[in-house]
Design a protein around this ligand. Structure first.
Ligand SMILES: C[S@@+](CC[C@H](N)C(=O)[O-])C[C@H]1O[C@@H](n2cnc3c(N)ncnc32)[C@H](O)[C@@H]1O
Length: 590
């Protein structure tokens, strides 16, 4: 049954019908409900009181569909899981005086807390969606009718926006009470809110203070839950208590990562991985983040399985390094340094319908299925993440129009040198103008990013940033033209094929793979990033690997991919990777 668009049990309906029957004002009703059940301001106003009284006297079964609540990151936690979490916390001897559910939804965490913690004196729940505020209140009444409590309880379910709520005030008002922050903040990113034109945001904020390209291209994309968790830590990290929030793994990683600088007084940081498909029917990696408040700041997190409580791994900071598996990392940490070659991201154009083409006989077909005739000059083969599965790649399925040789280059030359290409681009100008990202604002026509001398190196070694598997592919030129990568890929470029082959061998060695595994997070949106790859000191890898292993790999690549590589350039390659300072020391050695 539904009242105020909220589900209400028959028990609560019957109770309210009788309870409100002889009460004529909402103030008296509020007083009586508070006196008996501790629920503060059950009715916010006279109208709510009248309407509810009216509705419970003639409740009908309602099948109204729930509205689309995407902008509120609405994934209600089921009772089995909220109970599991509460029971686990009880086992850990968590005995709170105050429960804070920052975005309480239908109230399942509050009910689990009421049924498992015997020490609770006060509950504060906040929720933006009025029907859920009602449903939480109804659920609490339902629970308390069936499970009367002897101790004096005070329960406040606030209908408000969490970003307007003053949590610090609770900490000030109850300095000696132990609090438990428990819940499941909204699962939505600011980027998605932008797409939905939603204002469910703290403020127009770039709250991590990212600047320039990072903020514009997605590194500035953050989860609302991350903002909420930080807001709660700001208010309560110096207050005795505990925090247990279901959040995305990426948010937990960010919080532990930021601990190095922020040094919130949180310790015993733990992550309990849940099966999101089973619990929420979504494919998002999420866990229960647990930590003790008001204790020595910790910079690492132990990871467990929520169901078996078996320990999986530990991640976090080891001295100045952030790693995904502390135990494995310790074994491979000697190759954590600085890459001798600069890793680059591939071309970004945000205009694939026009810029990406397939070659068919003498012409091209674009993504709009239009037949296009273009000069060959600006056409290059293009590889995407899904093309990087093999060890050696010589051909591409797709082509791309490379309109610049470096970022910001004037593109007026296209009209003179490649008139067909210019006319094609010009006739599709609306697609370029529709590009949303700020990076294109005020730039020459048809601008692209991720382009420079390095893009035109004939030999490259590339990896997909998106895939969990760690395969470095050797990229060879196609028809004497270098192949390009798209912006989901990272690569290093070489003029000599030998160097590219040696690098491919070192990068695919077990040593490199084990190291990368110990510093990457397989549930990240981009597992391999420029920052990660730049940490790989290829010179140290070269020193750890035996010549025999390299010989064997060269034979394998020569045979399988018809190459003609030998080790004649090896010493030059090592010399190329050796930092200048070390080279001078070698020269001056007596
Ligand atoms: C992931 S659901 C979880 C609900 C509840 N904590 C649970 O575990 O079942 C997130 C909740 O946050 C609420 N919400 C979203 N934005 C909010 C805001 N700005 N202020 C308060 N609540 C909000 C949604 O309406 C939704 O009920």
């Amino acid at each position: 049954m539904r009242v105020f668009e909220a589900n209400i049990s028959l028990q609560v309906c019957v109770f309210l019908k009788e309870f409100l029957n002889n009460i004529s004002s909402f103030e008296i009703a509020n007083e009586k409900i508070f006196g008996k059940y501790g629920l503060i301001s059950f009715f916010e106003n006279r109208d709510d009181f009248r309407e509810l009284k009216n509705r419970v006297s003639m409740v009908a079964i309602s099948t109204v569909a729930e509205p689309d609540r995407a902008e509120y990151g609405d994934f209600q936690t089921n009772q089995e899981l909220t109970n599991r979490v509460a029971k686990y916390l009880v086992k850990e001897n968590i005995s709170p005086d105050i429960i804070i559910e920052p975005t309480c939804g239908k109230g399942n965490f509050i009910i689990a807390a009421l049924s498992n913690f015997k020490t609770i004196k006060k509950v504060v729940g906040i929720e933006i969606y009025k029907p859920y505020v009602w449903e939480t209140k109804f659920n609490i009444l339902n629970f308390l009718l069936a499970n009367p409590v002897n101790n004096k309880l005070e329960i406040a379910i606030k209908h408000c926006n969490i970003f307007d709520f003053d949590f610090k005030n609770i900490s000030k008002q109850f300095p000696n009470e132990k609090i438990l922050i428990i819940g499941n903040p909204p699962w939505v990113t600011n980027a998605k809110l932008g797409r939905l034109n939603s204002s469910n945001l703290p403020e127009k904020s770039n709250f991590k203070n990212q600047s320039g390209l990072d903020a514009m291209t997605g590194k500035g994309n953050f989860d609302i839950a991350e903002y909420i968790t930080l807001m709660l830590l700001d208010a309560f990290h110096t207050h005795d208590g505990y925090l247990a929030l279901l959040i995305k793994n990426s948010v937990i990683k960010n919080i532990v990562f930021d601990q190095k600088e922020k040094k919130y007084k949180i310790g015993k940081i733990e992550k309990y991985c849940i099966d999101s498909k089973k619990e929420f029917n979504v494919s998002v990696e999420a866990s229960l983040l647990c930590c003790r408040l008001n204790t020595n700041p910790s910079v690492e997190c132990n990871e467990y399985d929520m169901y078996s409580l078996e320990k999986k791994t530990s991640f976090g900071w080891l001295n100045a390094k952030f790693v995904s598996n502390l135990a494995d990392y310790i074994e491979k940490q000697e190759i954590d340094g600085v890459s001798p070659f600069e890793w680059r991201q591939g071309i970004k154009h945000d205009c694939s319908s026009v810029m990406e083409l397939e070659r068919v006989n003498e012409h091209f077909i674009n993504k709009l299925s239009e037949k296009v005739e273009l000069e060959e000059g600006l056409i290059y083969g293009l590889l995407k993440s899904s093309d990087l599965k093999d060890r050696v790649i010589k051909n591409s399925r797709k082509q791309v129009i490379v309109t610049q040789t470096k970022v910001g280059q004037d593109t007026s030359f296209i009209q003179d040198l490649y008139p067909k290409t210019y006319n094609y681009l010009k006739s599709n100008i609306s697609h370029f103008q529709a590009r949303k990202s700020n990076i294109y604002k005020g730039k020459p026509l048809f601008s692209i990013f991720g382009i420079g001398d390095y893009s035109f190196k004939p030999y490259k070694v590339a990896i997909s940033g998106l895939y969990k598997t760690c395969n470095f592919a050797l990229i060879l030129p196609q028809n004497n033209k270098p192949l390009m990568l798209d912006d989901t890929c990272y690569f290093i470029g070489f003029d000599k094929i030998e160097y590219a082959v040696y690098a491919t061998i070192l990068l695919n060695s077990e040593t490199t793979k084990a190291f990368l595994k110990s510093i990457t997070f397989s549930d990240a949106k981009r597992v391999f990033t420029k920052d990660i790859l730049m940490r790989l000191d290829l010179l140290r890898v070269a020193n750890l690997i035996s010549r025999t292993e390299i010989d064997e790999q060269i034979i394998f690549l020569n045979e399988k991919y018809s190459l003609k590589i030998n080790l004649s350039q090896w010493d030059n390659f090592i010399n190329e990777m050796t930092p200048k300072k070390e080279k001078q020391l070698i020269i001056f050695k007596p």
